[in-house]
Write a protein that binds this ligand. Structure first.
Ligand SMILES: Cc1cc2nc3c(=O)[nH]c(=O)nc-3n(C[C@H](O)[C@H](O)[C@H](O)COP(=O)(O)OP(=O)(O)OC[C@H]3O[C@@H](n4cnc5c(N)ncnc54)[C@H](O)[C@@H]3O)c2cc1C
Length: 465
């Protein structure tokens, strides 16, 4: 759709799909940007269906009229994945119904627009939780599964998409399909982790686990990264280590000259590791055995939470970002999955490449090797580590140097076979970049795009593989 949208088209769509289209200035502005704040598209309006039938009608209409649709959850991605290049935003947050847990299958079925917070409010009182929960609870389930979904249980359970038992999707021709790891595998492989390029997830059945009511977290400090990562490897087979999160922490020790003679902060890196156990009751006898054999320099803190307090522990950080205005600044986030040997080999060098104004707290956490859909690319060998640089927000005058440094980091990481997590700032990947990203799976994913979305209805500012 490259012509201006005639009001006749809008009213026909509203009439045929029984949906209202938001073409207000505010609605269009919201649909034209994302959390990344680095690119801006052209949203002609925002369509907010509330049923799968409406989605089918909208997609069929888009086929007939050559209109592009961009699937959108909460718009928290950062490289235009949820922004129309020139078309309509298909806001699926209206499909947010959460079913009753199925205790036989240990699963819950939910609409893609439900948030993780909504799921936890429903499930935690029954002592249940999705196997993998992201750190931000306000992401939509569909948006998270379209990227992959990592959380603090991923060192044992892998990404959230590994716990999708089945999914209902609407493909680019408006066809409704049920897929899963053992059913319509081609659809599952493309759509889960597929950034809305192949179809819309309209409902998903997620695996659950039982969760005790309390969590105790040990805060450990390491002088070197290799020891911290090796300890994570040990902990990944320790039953009691339910949650793991590793960090890089910087101490600025004054200014020094860099290779080109310019002064820059002299930074010493140390490494933090949070190890959390789940407990049946408060102050259960010490979990010291969880830590036995570890080689941390110090344990600096121990804390107990209810399981809800623990799951929402990042709320305070996000509230602070809103309070300081950082939330509205650009976020060129860079996440990458690396092999453990490459992490040890390359991350110290990468930390030196980062301007100090990008802050610290860069994440380094082990990821389990679980069965995954093809769209979610992993390096060719494990063990796997997720490395993430997530600045609070970059003020305009620092954006250029930030992007230059991050582009150099991106090149360094992908050169050793690292796979970018497709939520962050991905630049503008061209065909070669996608080919390199998906390796042998690229041909199949290209064929899936043609097969599931022959008229290219689903389009965003981010190119498709
Ligand atoms: C503050 C913050 C914290 C985060 N924490 C984590 C974390 O702990 N773990 C983690 O893994 N990620 C995390 N992320 C990244 C996040 O998971 C991804 O950016 C995710 O895609 C955002 O979900 P969303 O609902 O905002 O999706 P959107 O940004 O709206 O969409 C993302 C992509 O998914 C597609 N999409 C959305 N819904 C559907 C659907 N129903 N069917 C098909 N395609 C769809 C869109 O087209 C787009 O390509 C975080 C992001 C932020 C901003």
């Amino acid at each position: 759709m490259n012509e201006p949208i005639a009001s006749e088209v809008l009213s026909t769509l509203e009439h045929e799909a029984f949906v209202a289209i938001d073409t207000s200035e505010a609605g269009i502005a919201a649909a034209s940007r994302d959390f990344g704040g680095l690119c801006k598209g052209i949203a002609r309006g925002s369509i907010r269906p509330t049923s799968v039938e409406q989605i089918q009608r909208i997609v069929r209409f888009a086929n007939d009229r050559s209109i592009h649709l961009t699937v959108r959850g909460q718009g928290m991605s950062q490289s235009g994945q949820s922004i129309p290049r020139d078309g309509f935003s298909l806001d699926v947050t209206g499909l947010a119904e959460i079913g009753k847990p199925d205790m036989t299958r240990m699963s819950v079925t939910t609409g893609p627009g439900a948030t993780w917070r909504g799921l936890l409010e429903r499930l935690l009182p029954a002592g249940l939780i999705p196997s993998v929960v992201p750190l931000c609870l306000d992401l939509s389930v569909g948006g998270t599964l379209s990227a992959g979904g990592f959380g603090s249980t991923s060192h044992r359970l892998g990404p959230a998409v590994s716990h999708v038992l089945s999914a209902e999707v609407v493909t680019g021709e408006g066809t409704r399909r049920i897929c899963g790891p053992d059913r319509e595998r081609e659809t599952f492989d493309a759509v889960l982790g597929g950034l809305g390029h192949y179809g819309v997830i309209t409902s998903v059945e997620l695996g659950l686990r039982r969760v005790p009511p309390r969590v105790r977290t040990h805060y450990l400090v390491y002088d070197d990264m290799k020891t911290m990562l090796e300890d994570q490897l040990v902990l990944s087979s320790v039953e009691g280590a339910a949650h793991l999160e590793g960090f890089c922490a910087s101490t600025v020790l004054g200014m020094r000259k860099n290779a080109s003679g310019r002064r820059q902060p002299l930074v010493k890196w140390s490494f933090g590791l949070h190890v959390s156990e789940e407990l049946e009751q408060a102050s259960e006898p010490s979990g010291a055995s969880v830590l036995s054999g570890l080689r941390h320099a110090a344990r600096v803190h121990v804390e107990e939470d209810t399981s809800l307090e623990f799951a929402s522990r990042y709320d305070a950080r996000f509230a602070a970002m809103r309070l300081t205005g950082a939330w509205n600044l650009p976020h060129p986030w860079l996440e990458c999955i690396l092999s453990l040997p490459d992490t040890i080999g390359i991350v110290p060098e990468v930390l030196e490449m980062l301007p100090a104004f990008l802050g610290d707290g860069h994440r380094l956490t082990l990821l389990a090797d679980t069965a995954r859909p093809t769209s979610l690319a992993f390096p060719s060998r494990g063990p796997y580590v997720s490395f993430a640089i997530l600045p609070m927000g970059i003020p305009e005058p620092l954006l250029r140097p930030a992007l230059e440094a991050l582009r150099a980091v991106h090149a360094r990481l992908v050169a050793v076979g690292g796979k970018r997590y497709l939520s962050g700032w991905l630049f503008e990947p061209d065909d070669n970049d996608w080919r390199h990203h998906h390796n042998a799976a690229h041909v199949g994913l290209r064929a899936a795009k043609v097969g599931f979305d022959p008229r290219g209805v689903f389009e965003s500012l981010l190119t498709s593989p």
